[in-house]
Design a protein around this ligand. Structure first.
Ligand code: ADP
Ligand SMILES: O=C(COP(=O)(O)O)[C@@H](O)CO
Length: 594
């Protein structure tokens, strides 16, 4: 149970502010996260890590000498936005290029990839390595689909040590990739976790039971048993990992191995030590030479009761990096020479976006956009619990809170922009950035992209007509499919998006007014969303345990259908076909004219 918070919506930001205040000699606050407070030699590679808040020490807690140069820190259990990652990377980089490294989660992959593209376009050579150590989350043949858990530490530490040894970007990528190949983890859970302000846990484990292979966000596991003894748990963890030796390791006997026994938030250190006693004995009985074991909290999940074991199969190069010193707020090892502190003035604060010129016509359209976003927030607020329930069947259950965070941030930004005289394009662009920044996650990335795409089509000059709206919707769908790589039939929001845009564009082309066209398109999207219950997920977090999803609709498709349906009355009012008191009229609207 999480007890200490103010407004839950501000928890992540307030947590980061407090973390920075408590660790001023190691980290500095920048837009999107934190960077080292110490100077990094010019020309060296910067390791920028990141992910959702709620996993301390990951990710800000392991920023410092011998480990990360910066961490992009997203909202609770949601990836940071591309903008946040880009901001941290620009503050951390010192001319040698950037390696982005993060846990392999759908939202993180989308946002970090977007940031990587933007950084390369800005002339900062940037590469990425996603951590895929959780052997329970996908079979070996699909190792690239596995989730990242406490193996973050072995990959991040190896990459950082290589960067501090002066390796160039290609070599740092090679080391990080090799460390990821040589890292295997396996975890169990005894309870769920409750996010700040929530009255119910995000996910649960039945009392007296142990969820084997459950993810750090409650992603479904592979088995459930009674809670074992500490020694029996050690046997399960060790045997599961010894059953999958990485390439290049022919046998456990004689192998040198870094070991992490990780607590997920509410298992006491003393309990971990009882388990580690048996872990060490069983590894040594298998002939393993244990090197620099870590027992404690490396990657947590709020107040989740759980344990994971990580084996880092060393070779000579990796052992040197594993043994290297580090000095970060949450992880210290060996001796690290004190580096010069940066002057606060050296970290330039981000500039606030200017509001460009717009016409009265576009500002009138912007007012309709704001009303549509208000309707969007209202329908998400009404359905937030149901969206979380649907997403929890095979995903991590955060679709409802993620959409709510994003939508509320977007509407706040949209109102502010409209009040400042912004046109439709600017209102939608700022709303899209705010959505992605606050929501993170897969839906945060995609809805941010969608709003920006529609905004580009509407512009800040003309009174957008139904053709402009249809063009903007099509651009949004094209962008989401190009960026997210999902196709129809793979159980994602694309299954509702495509029928929506197809129906809308066809109706507009046939001469229907916008209200008629949008109403027909919303019906098509809602029907398609309902039909996703018969599909198996092929993309996103629900994919690894797809069979659990049969019979349940896709959360993103369902929320999309709710949203476009909720916008119909807004368009009717804008077209003057429905008065604020709900009475209707029969005017033909040529476009979105407030
Ligand atoms: N590659 C993708 N393209 C389009 N939509 C996707 C993709 N991957 C996942 N989704 C959508 O995202 C929804 C989950 O959103 P969210 O809860 O934000 O994801 P996560 O928590 O995994 O980041 C899914 O129900 C699905 O509709
Ligand atoms: O869950 C996380 C990110 O995954 P999403 O796909 O954004 O939900 C985060 O807690 C770990 O980075």
């Amino acid at each position: 149970m999480t007890r200490l918070f103010n407004d839950p919506a501000d928890f992540a930001d307030e947590m980061i502010d407090g973390f920075v205040a408590a660790n001023r000699n190691q980290v500095r606050r920048v837009t999107g996260g934190v960077v080292r407070s110490t100077r990094t030699p010019e020309g060296t590679v910067a390791l920028v890590i990141g992910g959702g808040s709620g996993h301390y020490p990951a990710f800000g807690g392991i920023v410092g000498q011998g480990l990360a140069h910066g961490a992009a820190m997203g909202n609770l259990f949601a990836s940071p936005s591309a903008h946040q990652v880009e901001s941290v990377a620009k503050a951390a980089q010192r001319g040698g290029g950037v390696l982005l490294s993060y846990g392999n989660y759908a939202g993180d992959v989308l946002h970090f990839t977007q940031a990587q593209d933007a950084l390369n376009a800005a002339g900062i050579p940037t590469r990425s390595v996603a951590v895929t150590d959780d052997i329970s989350s996908a079979p070996l043949a699909e190792k690239h689909k596995r989730r990242g858990i406490a193996g973050d530490l072995t990959v991040f530490k190896s990459a950082a040590a290589a960067a501090e040894a002066g390796y160039d970007l290609d070599e740092v990528v090679r080391v990080a990739t090799h460390a990821n190949e040589r890292t295997r983890s396996f975890g169990v859970a005894f309870s769920g976790c409750t996010l700040p302000g929530a009255t119910e846990p995000l996910f649960t484990v039945p009392e007296g039971r142990m969820a084997v292979g459950m993810g750090i966000h409650g992603e479904p596991g592979i088995d459930e048993t009674d809670v074992p003894t500490a020694d029996e748990l050690a046997t399960l963890l060790v045997s599961s990992l010894l059953a999958e030796l990485p390439e290049g390791v022919s046998e456990a006997g004689g192998a040198r191995v870094g070991v992490i026994l990780n607590g997920l938030g509410s298992v006491k250190y003393e309990e971990l030590f009882v388990v580690y006693r048996a872990v060490a004995a069983q590894l040594e009985a298998a002939g393993v030479d244990i090197v620099d074991p870590e027992v404690g909290e490396v990657v947590t999940s709020f107040d989740m009761a759980g344990v994971s074991l990580t084996l880092f199969w060393l070779d000579e190069e990796l052992e040197g990096f594993w043994a290297a010193g580090a000095d970060t707020p949450a992880y210290r090892k060996g001796v690290v020479a004190a580096a010069e502190q940066l002057d606060p003035s050296e970290l330039v604060a981000e500039t606030v976006a200017e509001i460009p010129e717009s016409t009265d016509a576009s500002r009138a359209a912007a007012a309709v956009v704001v009303e549509a976003l208000d309707a969007l927030v209202q329908v998400i607020d009404t359905n937030v619990e149901e969206l979380g329930r649907i997403d929890a069947v095979a995903g991590d259950g955060d679709h409802g809170i993620g959409m709510q965070r994003g939508a509320r941030a977007a509407v706040t930004s949209a109102h502010a922009a409209a009040d400042a005289g912004a046109g439709a394009h600017t209102v939608l662009h700022l709303a899209g950035d705010a959505w992605a920044d606050r929501a993170g996650g897969t839906s945060g990335a995609l809805w941010g992209l969608a709003l920006r795409s529609v905004g580009t089509a509407l512009g800040d000059e003309v009174a957008p007509g139904r053709t402009d709206v249809a063009t903007g919707v099509q651009a949004a769908v094209d962008g989401i499919m190009s960026f997210g790589k999902a196709e129809v039939g793979q159980k994602t929001m694309v299954d509702a998006l495509v029928p929506f845009t197809t129906t809308l564009s066809a109706a507009v082309a046939d001469g229907s007014d916008l209200v008629t066209a949008w109403t027909a398109a919303a019906a098509a999207a809602s029907t398609a969303a309902a039909e996703t219950a018969d599909l198996l997920p092929k993309m996103g977090r629900a994919r690894p345990h797809a069979e659990k999803s049969l019979g349940t609709v896709d959360a993103g498709a369902y929320s999309f259908g709710l949203i476009v349906t909720a916008i119909v009355p807004v368009l009717e009012r804008a077209a003057g076909t429905t008065a604020p008191d709900g009475s209707t009229s029969t005017t033909t609207n040529e476009g979105v004219h407030a």
